[in-house]
Write a protein that binds this ligand. Structure first.
Ligand SMILES: [Zn+2]
Length: 251
């Protein structure tokens, strides 16, 4: 299985062990710094840490950690040019498989400018992007996010993540790939299955978004096993367990 969105830097070695035993082979670790950034060098250090340190930590437990880096909307209180420069370099050197997670939280001018620039970098370099939808004002912020996507990037490069029943109709007719995050306080296994049952398995990725917030490192295996238990078609289950992610991210 592939867990398509985690924050490995904030999780323990015990979690990696558990995930591996639970059937997870690969994860995509995304950037998010949970504390005030003194400056962009602190953010750069956070990003390099994921790339160089956490990938190794996960490997010790059998997990192949792929990396998505970028400037999370909560981390936009910096001068971003240093990070843009590194994004180009990481993309060129094939160190990252996507820019992420990025997006909008509060619609400040700075947040919007940094979001647009990262979409332009992704579009220029034909790199995938992992775009979140926030916990607060999800529907309203998704509308703005969609407008900005339309003007700045090929939608086929885009994952819209943390989609739930309330916003699925706003994304299902677009060309995006759709992330379902099964996490305490976000979405239960049953809601994810309800969405897959209604809209089919072709467009979706599964993830746990394990972070410093309440999380379940086994939420992807739990969802996949529940689908199996409910007798969904094996080939369909494989799409959300790993095939869609492999194809989309070319991993
Ligand atoms: Zn996240």
């Amino acid at each position: 299985m592939i867990d398509t969105h985690i924050h490995g830097d904030s999780r323990s070695s015990e979690d990696f062990k558990k995930m591996y035993l639970g059937g997870i082979d690969s994860v995509i670790s995304c950037s998010f710094y949970p504390y005030n950034l003194l400056n962009e060098t602190v953010l750069l250090n956070h990003l390099n840490r994921i790339l160089e340190f956490d990938t190794d930590r996960a490997k010790n437990y059998g997990i192949d950690m792929k990396v998505a880096l970028g400037i999370h909307p909560a981390n936009t209180d910096i001068t971003p040019d240093l990070i843009y420069k590194h994004l180009y370099k990481w993309i060129h050197d094939k160190k990252i498989i996507a820019i992420g997670e990025i997006g909008l939280d509060e619609l400040t001018e700075k947040e919007i400018a940094i979001f647009k620039k990262q979409l332009n970098i992704a579009d220029d370099t034909k790199t995938k992007v992992i775009i979140h939808t926030p916990r607060e004002n999800k529907k309203e912020i998704l509308q703005k996010t969609k407008e900005i996507i339309t003007d700045n990037i090929n939608p086929k490069l885009v994952v819209i993540d943390h989609v739930n029943m309330n916003i699925i109709e706003d994304v299902i007719d677009e060309k995006y790939t759709i992330g379902l995050t099964v996490q305490p306080e976000k979405m239960e296994v049953t809601e994810a299955i309800e969405i897959l049952d209604k809209y089919g398995f072709d467009r979706f990725l599964l993830n746990s978004d394990i972070s410093n917030k309440p999380s379940d490192p086994l939420s992807v295996p739990k969802t996949v096993r529940q689908l199996t238990k409910l007798n969904y078609n094996k080939k369909e289950i494989e799409k959300v367990a790993f095939k869609n992610a492999k194809k989309f991210f070319k991993i």
